[in-house]
Design a protein. Structure first.
Length: 210
């Protein structure tokens, strides 16, 4: 068999292909190559009504606001050991090695960007992702993005997988019903992370004059 290349040294070029050909010649079969996969929780955060914000602010101010948004998200990712993978326009894609920390980071992000007068939709899903260089891909990533698109403004929406994995963590959820995710088989039951209401101001006893 003749293989394409510019070097006759077997260790200089495409050794995997060469070894696969030798293995098939000797044994009659090739070893299946299993893609590298990793268990991760994916997080997608999208700014709500970003087009309206951009039209209202103009390009320069909008870009300044986007920089502040990314800075706020990165601060929370650092706190909760998240790994930023991509930004696209007005969204952020990150992964975590634990779903509970991913949820707490998502909640912190919604609070942090509210100080910028922004709301975000955040979606979370956990599963095995295919490692593609320095990034990850596969169905898990698509599911996370679809879940984020269904979240309400200021809401952290998770799959039932995430909800089940964090049982006993003290996190609470509100069911958001069953949904069909575009391009994903089956129906998916989604849950919103229940946020604690802000504590009410303590009432002071009446004072008396004199």
């Amino acid at each position: 068999m003749e293989l394409a290349g510019v070097d006759h040294l077997f260790f200089a070029e495409d050794t995997d292909r060469l070894l696969a050909e030798i293995q098939e010649f000797l044994t009659g079969a090739r070893e299946a190559v299993e893609p590298e996969r990793v268990l991760a929780t994916v997080l997608f955060a999208d700014i709500v009504e970003s087009t309206a914000h951009a039209a209202r602010l103009g390009d320069r101010r909008w870009h300044h606001l986007l920089d502040a948004f990314y800075g706020a998200v990165r601060t929370e990712l650092s706190r909760f050991r998240g790994h930023e993978l991509d930004t696209a326009g007005d969204s952020m894609f990150a992964t975590f090695d634990g779903p509970a920390r991913a949820i707490r980071c998502a909640c912190a992000v919604t609070d942090a960007v509210r100080a910028l007068d922004l709301d975000v939709r955040i979606g979370l899903h956990t599963g095995e992702c295919e490692v593609i260089g320095a990034k990850v891909g596969g169905l898990v990533v698509h599911i996370g993005a679809r879940i984020a698109a269904l979240a309400r403004p200021g809401e952290v929406l998770v799959s039932s997988t995430v909800r089940d994995l964090v049982a006993g963590s003290g996190l609470r959820f509100e069911e958001r019903g069953s949904h069909a995710l575009k391009g994903v088989p089956g129906d998916w039951t989604l849950f919103a992370v229940a946020r604690e209401p802000a504590p009410a101001a303590a009432s002071l006893p009446p004072t008396r004059a004199g």
